[in-house]
Design a protein around this ligand. Structure first.
Ligand code: FE2
Length: 135
């Protein structure tokens, strides 16, 4: 069973962003199955790095749309993104240095890390962006 099932409740009604959110769901689910299957450190490390790099691509995309359409909460939202990147980079560092394993607790953290951000922060730009025709 997947850790996160995509739900229409997560949609921000901007197609390009929903697609990227779905890809992030997939990456976190891949990390979950790698852990379940007892995959080795290197294989898990690759998935975490993919998650970090795709997260950066995705946040840059969201930020460019927020800027383009003059979203008033842009700076605050960007600061939240920066903090989220820091958190996942910290997990990667601790894992790489052997200070932590990728446990169910960490996976649950990453699930909340993504889903809560979508529901609490991303949903707030939704009506402004869709109203200005962002796709
Ligand atoms: Fe966001």
């Amino acid at each position: 069973m997947a850790l996160i099932d995509w739900s229409d409740d997560y949609s921000v009604k901007v197609q390009s962003i929903d697609k990227q959110h779905q890809k992030l769901v997939e990456l976190i689910n891949s990390l979950h199955s790698a852990m379940k299957q007892g995959k080795g450190k290197e294989a898990i490390e690759i998935v975490i790095r993919d998650l970090i790099s795709y997260t950066k691509v995705h946040f840059a995309h969201e930020e460019s749309l927020m800027e383009k359409y003059s979203y008033p909460g842009f700076l605050k939202h960007k600061a939240v993104h920066d903090e989220l990147v820091k958190q996942v980079m910290e997990i990667e560092k601790n894992f790489r240095e052997g200070k932590t394993i990728i446990s169910q607790d960490i996976l649950n953290f990453l699930k909340r890390w993504l889903v809560d951000h979508i529901l609490a922060a991303d949903k707030q730009y939704s009506s402004l962006l869709t109203g200005k025709g962002a796709a």
